[in-house]
Write a protein that binds this ligand. Structure first.
Ligand code: MIC
Ligand code: SF4
Length: 754
């Protein structure tokens, strides 16, 4: 039986009436996205039609998921909220802290020992507050959620940007910071600006070498890393219904890479098959009972231009496999153009390593199709030129693919099987030689390829592709190999072609696992003691941030004017720093160390206005803090793209940065800043970015009458005493302004409990 079946039943019981009410209020047929959103309003049945892209709306998500690297901060905050139990079903997944070094068995044991105090904390806090706990080795959060918790028409939030993966099972699943998760677990509403809607119509059918990954790689090329901001992407059409459920998961997963709030698909037979095969025939039966509510009204898909803010059409019959990269997931190159582009751009074409798996692409189908290529290596007398690794997404998948012989197929091409964890995808890859910083190319089926992400080497050119393409390119050892047209030379000197990949969507014998790795919480957790050692360097209980002083902020110094891409990996790097995710002061030593200083083009090197000397960003900021001087961070477009990690907002808050002023923000990061009581501002006129000079003193004026839709003023006092000022915008609503005034949203919850 599925987890939380009563909750799912209740959602389906409420749905029809709530959807009918929304249809009547809006006076039009509804998209799937609107149906799910309107049936999860905090107020219950809708009383207003909300304006897309404008209205702030309170929602009541059905569940919360957290991964170990973000759960620590989410749960440290939840502990301060003073509630005895979580208000909605919630889970914690231990996946990010496991390093990929030798192979799964040894790496997992090393992680269990090394992270003991963090796992003990997460397990005890879960036990106490009624949270399901998935042990290290159980798998990656999004895969485990898809296998166990996601359900069509449901709404969930998760403290990881790829929570959106659950859209593959027809959910509205959204990535958030820990403070948002904390609110929902504490029984409060969750607020989101009602999203815009992008419709993607998939015509034709996937065939040959093309896979679901290529759909999202293509969409990323069209929309770019910020094209989905503020929007939900809804996929439909014959190409959607003919694709596997896990393939849909891959597409939704990488919706995070275009900045989309989330992505989703209507309920169909592929979802029913997946639910049944993962032991949830009960959920499929319930969903079948309300199936017309789990997809858009027919008029919508017949006339998408009328109902979506933007429509994109992709013909799967002619879609080519793509490779996206390097350094950004939206630089999309069809494989037939790779030779030309690699040459033109000087990308190294020798593929050193092919890595498959991760939360994005480790379904049974992915692995089966990749294995069908690995099988051809011996059969056709070939040799695999590059190294090859697999990170299975869950124990359920790993056990099943081992049983079905795929692991031994990969073994035969010399593959390394890493733990069921994030591993290389999040810089937890002890790649031999990476420290030398040599220029090299890797191809992987993960979702992100920002500089330094996988192995810490800024000169690793990482390209994202489907598991099938990764396998083919690893066999060929060549980034420009086009398996559709090119041949390889075998051990007899003959020219051979790889046959197109093939594989079952779901295991014929069903999924299996000896121990999936789940630990249920105590029935009554009131007596459970949460384990946090006061001398720990990995966990630190939180102290409340101080409230706003009630006046304009004056005499601020410029900490850094960041140039170009500044993702959450630049603001709060992962890899080696993951170990401090539960210790705010320690992790603050990585603050903005990856951001490029506009004035000298260097990373982690900024001017200390008090001494005139250049030094690391965190140390410089600590000096300002010690002197009681506030600072401001200035950034470019899509600032904070990438992860949901709220550390990227809490670190500046903790170290005394008062405002972040940028050309534009990524959604989750902007909310995280607001939640922590920071000022998140945008230039009214982007060109004003150029006015900010290194030695400026900066005043933020207008806070006395801080109000929604009303701009504030920045006053620059340049080193020569001259002044200039300009307007800056913000998106704070009344409630968010209260967060700012209170010094953070948590201070308000805490006050309401006492
Ligand atoms: C990522 O893919 O960047 C991560 C690591 O999963 C993050 C979460 C984190 O930083 O802990 C995410 O996507 O939100
Ligand atoms: Fe883990 Fe990578 Fe997925 Fe993030 S994207 S959850 S790091 S596997």
């Amino acid at each position: 039986m599925a987890f939380d079946i009563e909750m799912i039943k209740a959602v389906y019981e409420r749905m029809p009436a709530r959807i009918a009410a929304a249809r009547a209020l809006t006076g039009k047929p509804l998209t799937l996205t609107e149906k799910i959103l309107y049936s999860h309003l905090w107020e219950g049945t809708a009383s207003t039609a909300y304006a897309r892209g404008a209205s702030y709306v309170d929602f009541a998500p059905d569940r919360v998921a957290m991964q170990d690297a973000t759960a620590q901060m989410a749960l440290l905050q939840f502990m301060q909220a003073g509630r005895p139990q979580v208000a909605v079903p919630s889970t914690v997944h231990c996946d990010h802290l496991i390093e990929a070094k030798v192979a799964s068995s040894t790496d997992l044991q090393v992680a269990v020992d090394k992270n003991k105090e963090v796992y003990d904390f997460l397990s005890s806090v879960s036990d106490k507050y009624g949270i399901g706990f998935w042990k290290p080795g159980a798998g990656i959060i999004h895969q485990v959620v898809l296998e166990n918790y996601a359900f069509p028409g449901g709404m969930m939030i998760g403290t990881d940007s790829h929570t959106v993966n659950a859209g593959g099972l027809g959910m509205i699943a959204i990535g958030v910071g820990g403070a948002d998760a904390c609110d929902v677990m504490a029984g409060l509403a969750w607020e989101l600006k009602f999203p815009k809607l992008i419709g993607v119509k998939l015509t034709g059918k996937l065939n040959g070498w093309t896979s679901p990954k290529d759909v999202i790689l293509k969409v990323a090329g069209i929309l770019t890393v910020k094209g989905g901001t503020g929007a939900v992407v809804e996929y439909f059409g014959e190409g959607a219904t003919s694709m596997s459920c896990t393939g849909k998961g891959t597409i939704c997963n990488m919706g995070a890479e275009i900045g989309a709030t989330t992505s989703t698909f209507g309920y169909d037979a592929s979802m029913a098959r997946y639910l049944e095969s993962t032991g949830r025939a009960d959920v499929a039966a319930l969903a079948n009972g309300v199936k017309e509510h789990l997809t858009a009204d027919p008029e919508v898909y017949a006339n998408p231009e009328k109902y979506f803010d933007q429509v994109i059409e992709i013909d799967l019959d002619t879609l080519e496999p793509h490779l996206n990269g390097p350094f950004t997931p939206d630089l999309a190159t069809p494989i037939s153009k790779m030779k030309e582009l690699a040459e033109k751009n000087g990308w190294p074409t020798k593929v050193e390593v092919g890595l498959i798996g991760s939360c994005t692409n480790s379904s049974y189908e992915d692995i089966a199709r990749a294995a069908s290529l690995a099988n051809q290596v011996a059969a056709k007398g070939l040799k695999t030129k590059a190294q090859f690794t697999i990170t299975p997404g869950s124990e359920l998948v790993r056990y099943t693919i081992e049983r079905d012989g795929f692991i031994s197929t990969f073994d035969s091409i010399g593959a390394t099987v890493f733990s069921n964890a994030c591993g290389p995808c999040i810089g937890q890859w002890a790649r031999p030689g990476a420290e030398k910083g040599e220029k090299n190319t890797i191809v992987h089926s993960f979702n992100r390829n920002f500089a330094k992400r996988a192995d810490g080497n800024p000169n690793t050119f990482a390209f994202v592709a489907s598991p099938e393409m990764v396998t083919a390119l690893a066999i060929a050892g060549d980034l420009t190999f086009n398996p559709l047209t090119d041949t390889l030379t075998n051990d007899k000197g003959e020219q051979v072609k790889l046959d197109a990949p093939s594989g079952d969507e779901l295991p014929k014998l069903g999924f299996a696992a000896e121990d999936a790795g789940y630990q249920a919480p105590a029935e009554d957790g009131s007596g459970v003691q949460v384990k946090v050692s006061p001398t720990s360097d990995r966990l630190q209980l939180l102290d409340p941030f101080t409230a706003w002083e009630g006046s304009d902020l004056t005499g601020l110094k410029l900490l850094i004017k960041a140039k170009g891409k500044c993702t959450t990996d630049h603001i709060s790097m992962a890899g080696p720093w993951l170990k401090y995710r539960g210790h705010l002061d320690n992790i603050s030593n990585n603050m903005l160390i990856g951001a490029v200083n506009f004035f000298n083009e260097k990373t982690d090197n900024v001017k200390n206005a008090l001494t005139g000397e250049y030094g690391p960003v965190p140390a410089t900021q600590r000096a300002y803090k010690a002197a009681g001087i506030g600072t401001i961070v200035v950034g470019d477009t899509n600032y904070g793209e990438g992860s949901s990690r709220e550390h990227a907002a809490m670190e500046p808050r903790h170290l005394g940065v008062r405002a972040v002023l940028v050309k534009s923000f990524a959604r989750i990061h902007e909310t995280n800043l607001k939640k922590q009581g920071m000022l998140a501002l945008t230039f009214a006129n982007e060109a004003d970015y150029d006015k900010i000079q290194e030695d400026d003193s900066i005043n933020i004026i207008g806070l006395g009458s801080f109000a929604p839709e009303k701009s504030l003023t920045i006053e620059l006092v340049h080193a020569d005493g001259s002044k200039e000022s300009f307007a800056v915008n913000h998106t704070y609503n009344e409630q968010q302004i209260e967060w700012f005034k209170a010094g953070g949203a948590l201070n308000i919850i805490r006050a309401s409990v006492k």
